[in-house]
Design a protein. Sequence first.
Length: 66
Amino acid sequence: MVPGLRGDRPVIRGMRITVGDILGWLASGMSEAGITENFPELTTADIRAALAFAAERERPTCVATK
């Protein structure tokens, strides 16, 4: 996250493109090739990083109890 950028949402490499933007494009059926074609500043690695970030946020956290 970059404070003040895109409402403090997670962004890709300090750009104004958020993880949510990428997830939304993929969910709407856009391919990785389509995303990088329309947004040449993004790489396939950026798209994969956004997916990995989202997957990590969805992993349950374990709370140890006694």
